[in-house]
Each structure stands twice: as C-alpha cells, then as structure tokens.
Design a protein around this ligand. Structure first.
Ligand code: GDP
Ligand code: MG
Length: 292
C-alpha cells in the first residue's frame, strides 16, 4: 500500500503566465476566470484535486506586481499570504528569458524553505530546442526541485507536473470531500463569470474598473434567478458596457448565463444592472462590502 498524501500548493507567477488556466486544466472545470488581460484573478482561489493517492489543494493567486491602487495592494497581499500557508510552490513563467518581474518573485522565494517547482508554461508557442538553454539558465538562478515544461492550455506536461507535486507533498489524510473542487461560494464564481465576460468585451481601463456584486439569488425547483450589479467608476464606462441599444450588455449577460448554467447545472435567469460608484478601487469600505 502506498501512503496517501495531502497538502497545499500555491501557483505563483507574474500576471498572465497561465496560473488560472493551469488550475482549470488540472480540475477539468472552469473555476478561475481566464482572460488575455493581466491581473484578471483578484482573490486567492482554491481548487481541490482528489486522486487515488493524494488530495492536492491548489491556491491560485492574483499574481505579484507593483500595486497602483488599493485593489492592487489587496491582490499582492493575497499572493504573499498564499506563499505562507502552503507546502509546495509552483512558480510559473513564460518560455523565455526571465524578466524583472520573474526575478523579483524568485528573490522572495529565496526566503522560503518549502520546495519550489518551476513550470515553464506555454511551450506550445516556442520551438522545443529553445527549452534546454532556458532550463539551464533557470537552474543557475535558483535551486528549483524540478523544472517542468508544460502547456496549461494544451494539457501538455501537466500530468508530469502533478506527479512531481505529489512526490513532494507531505503524508496526510483527505481534508475535503472527494467531489468538492473549490472552496469558492457559487455566488463568487457567478460574479467572476460575469466579470470575465465584461473583460472580454471591453478595452482599456474598463476591465479593471469593474466590480460585480450578486444582489439576488432565488432558487426554485426549475430555475435560478440571479440579480447582479456591475459597478463601474464613471458614467462613460457605464455607457460603454451597456453598448448601443444595450447590445454589449446583452452579449455579456448571455455568455455569462451559459457558463453559469453549465457549472451549476440549472436553468438560470440572469438580470444585470450597471451602476456608477465613483473611485470604488480606492475605497476600502466599498471593497470590503464587495468581498475583496
Ligand atoms: P494568469 O494571469 O497567470 O492566471 O493567466 P491566465 O490563466 O489568465 O492566462 C493568461 C493568457 O495566457 C490567456 O489568454 C490564456 O489563454 C493564455 N495561456 C495560458 N496558458 C497557455 C498555454 O499553455 N499556451 C498558450 N498558448 N497560451 C496560454
Ligand atoms: Mg489568474
């Protein structure tokens, strides 16, 4: 009989390296939102993977960057907190020479004593032969326990990564039920799905000026009615999100609803309102009331 393992793994790395994509690939379900824009993930999100020989709790982090506002500060704090509570760290990087942002995270890792695995992501975008010199370079910078090239998107190398994670996990029993894949409340995931669609259909500063708050949640046996407020900072942003004749908002709401129906397995009636809350990012109190 082999021993059962249990532990927490932080996924860290600069914004946009594919942390949320990896988490979704590992879990086989979308629990963390993914966009082409950096700094999509705002909170720590836990994803639970239960295997015959181990239960791994992944902590997806917002990504470490220099904060420019209160929300940014919160996001960075969440990332550091994640480092404090885990058994293993997986640092994700792009398949290219390390940038300033990667190096400053590695500086922080020099102070931790737990195993650090490097996952070089997005290898589907580069030639195989460029990987060996890159691996050698990273070996020189930090004593990574393992360096594993992966494609989170194509699910390439992900099994190997999991196998190595389990190797370094401490022995322990399951803490969560087998069918539980995330600690996130359904409401939070629903709000995140809506925010993801807004990020998809808007440009410039709007994606970062949006908060979504679920105000109404009423379940009957056949349909779930959800009412959501989309908070923006300026009137102009509201007009853009709504779009000509409400078309953009309709597209956002429809796509979000389809995702929500898929994950919750129930028909959903989704109502959304766009509201202006001046400078919500700077306001601690409003941030708290929105769950950040
Ligand atoms: P995060 O900010 O680190 O959580 O990054 P995301 O998971 O949100 O991903 C950022 C972008 O990179 C998205 O457009 C993803 O589709 C893309 N991406 C993630 N993993 C891969 C990969 O393995 N290959 C490619 N080509 N793109 C990826
Ligand atoms: Mg993310």
């Amino acid at each position: 009989m082999t021993e059962f393992k249990f532990g927490y793994v932080a996924l860290i790395g600069k914004p946009n390296v594919g942390k949320s994509t990896l988490l979704n690939t590992i879990l086989g379900e979308k629990i963390s939102i993914v966009t082409e824009k950096p700094q999509t993930t705002r909170n720590k999100i836990m994803g639970i993977k239960t295997l015959p020989n181990a239960q791994i709790v992944f902590v997806d982090t917002p990504g470490i960057h220099k904060p420019r506002h209160k929300l940014g500060e919160f996001m960075v704090k969440q990332s550091y907190e994640a480092i404090d509570m885990v058994d293993i760290i997986v640092l994700m990087v792009d398949p290219e020479n390390p940038k300033e942002a990667d190096l400053s995270i590695i500086e922080i890792l020099k102070k931790v004593k737990i195993p650090v695995i490097l996952a070089i992501n997005k290898i589907d975008t580069v030639a195989k032969k460029s990987l060996l010199p890159l691996i050698a370079l990273y070996k020189d910078i930090f004593p990574f326990k393992e360096i594993i090239p992966i494609s989170a998107l194509k699910s390439d190398g992900v099994e190997k990564l999991i196998e190595r994670i389990i190797f370094y996990l401490p022995q322990g029993n399951k803490l969560y039920p087998e069918d539980m894949i995330t600690d996130q409340a359904e409401r939070f995931i629903v709000a995140e799905f809506i925010r993801e669609k807004i990020m998809k259909y808007t440009e410039d500063e709007i994606p970062y000026s949006v908060a979504v708050d679920i105000e109404r949640w009423e379940e009957s046996d056949k349909i779930l009615t959800i009412g959501a407020n989309i908070y923006v900072e300026r009137e102009g942003q509201k007009i853009i999100i709504i779009g000509k004749k409400g078309e953009r908002l309709k597209k956002i709401a429809t796509e979000a609803r389809l995702d929500i129906e898929k994950i919750l397995g129930i028909r959903v009636f989704l109502e959304v309102w766009v509201k202006v809350r001046k400078k919500w990012r700077q306001k601690d109190i409003l941030l708290k009331s929105l769950g950040y």
